[in-house]
Design a binder for this molecule. Structure first.
Ligand code: HEM
Length: 120
């Protein structure tokens, strides 16, 4: 059987670093940083995003966070903000030397979630 995306990205340690870098990129991104500057416990969000990526790519971790609709409901997130988040994810994948095939796979997963996140 083909390796999981989790394994192809490098597993737990790389994904831990990836989740941290995604959050840091959001905080540095002028299009969305105000969304994250007001979050009280960014360490908790980093941990939940770590679990989300692990569980969603075939890792053994359990996801303990909310569903995507519940997590983003009422924020009125725009298409531009959604693209900014996806760009930050792809940038973080470059920062962690993750391959192009894996970036495409992650892009497809992220895109598939858009209707649970944009204008909900
Ligand atoms: C593919 C796109 C996205 C994914 C996979 C994603 C994933 C997540 C996850 C897993 C959480 C944690 C949920 C929990 O605490 O239980 C979260 C929280 C959050 N997301 Fe997203 N998200 C995406 C897009 C966005 C966008 C476009 C924005 C706005 C610019 C956004 C803003 C937030 C904020 C502000 C929180 C923290 C809420 C809080 O704890 O106060 N997200 N997201």
């Amino acid at each position: 059987m083909e390796n999981t995306l989790y394994e192809r990205m490098g597993g737990e340690n790389v994904i831990r670093s990836l989740a941290n870098d995604i959050a840091d990129n959001h905080l540095a991104n002028p299009l969305i940083k105000t969304r994250f500057e007001i979050v009280e416990d960014m360490d908790k969000v980093k941990q939940i995003v770590f679990e989300f990526i692990c569980a969603g790519t075939g890792g053994p971790q359990t996801y303990t966070g909310k569903g995507m609709l519940g997590a983003h409901k009422g924020m009125n997130i725009s298409e531009q903000e959604f693209i900014a988040v996806v760009d930050d994810i792809l940038l973080a994948m470059d920062q962690n030397n993750i391959g192009e095939t894996e970036k495409k796979d992650m892009l497809a997963i992220a895109y598939s979630l858009k209707d649970e996140i944009i204008h909900v």
